[in-house]
Design a protein around this ligand. Structure first.
Ligand code: ATP
Length: 193
């Protein structure tokens, strides 16, 4: 999968709609301190399903919405659109939007989906909000200090198999529910004998 375009509106310091084309090859983002370089990386992580406000340098998820300045009022929502091309060469458009008091909503190619569906798309493509390809400040030290289980999770993300764990957990849950239903059915049938 490769990313083609990122659109931001009301996200952190990007109060005005902004578009970024990601050309093939190496992309560099340069600018003075505090101009929003890290916010761009956070927008990418956020649209891929990041659910931890802490890793977005905020206290709550709504902190990603433009908070206003001395001469600009705060925004009521933030939206990030990511356009990508999958390994099957299909166009993919993921939209995440958050409104104050209403939480996040996701769309994939125009259809409403759950956060989990978005995370799975990127986990299967060995990328996503926790991808080891996104190296933010302090992350290298975190890798060195990580416990073996955490390091294993990083390797699994890199190998693109973390989506399988999610599916396995789902399947196990369904199996347990089915077993409970079966046991109940057997009780009822025993009562009918
Ligand atoms: P550095 O080079 O220092 O790491 P940077 O270019 O990575 O800086 P960022 O950390 O991405 O910059 O941007 C920080 C700026 O974003 C700050 O000016 C901060 O006030 C602004 N900012 C962050 N969250 C919000 C928000 N919710 N509303 C408005 N502005 C915000």
């Amino acid at each position: 999968m490769y990313f083609r375009r990122l659109k931001l509106s009301g996200f952190k310091s990007f109060v005005e709609p902004a578009e970024l084309y990601i050309e093939p090859g190496l992309t560099g983002v340069v600018g003075p301190n505090g101009c929003g370089k890290s916010n761009l990386l956070e927008a990418l992580r956020w649209v891929m399903g990041e659910s931890s406000p802490k890793s977005m340098r905020g206290g709550g998820m709504e902190d990603v919405i433009f908070a206003g300045t001395a001469n600009r009022p705060p925004r009521a929502f933030a939206e990030v659109v990511l356009q990508a091309v999958t390994s099957d060469r299909e166009e993919l458009e993921v939209v995440r939007r958050i409104e104050r008091g209403a939480g996040s909503a996701y769309r994939v190619n125009g259809r409403d989906v759950r956060a989990k569906d978005v995370s799975l798309i990127f986990a299967d493509a060995a990328t996503g909000a926790h991808s080891p390809a996104l190296v933010s400040q302090g992350r290298i030290a975190a890798v060195i200090a990580a416990k073996p289980a955490e390091r294993r999770a990083m390797l699994e993300d890199a190998a693109g198999i973390s989506g399988l764990h999610v599916r396995r957990r789902d399947a196990e849950q369904k199996l347990r529910a089915t077993e409970a239903n079966l046991a109940r059915l057997e009780d009822i049938m025993a009562g009918l004998d």
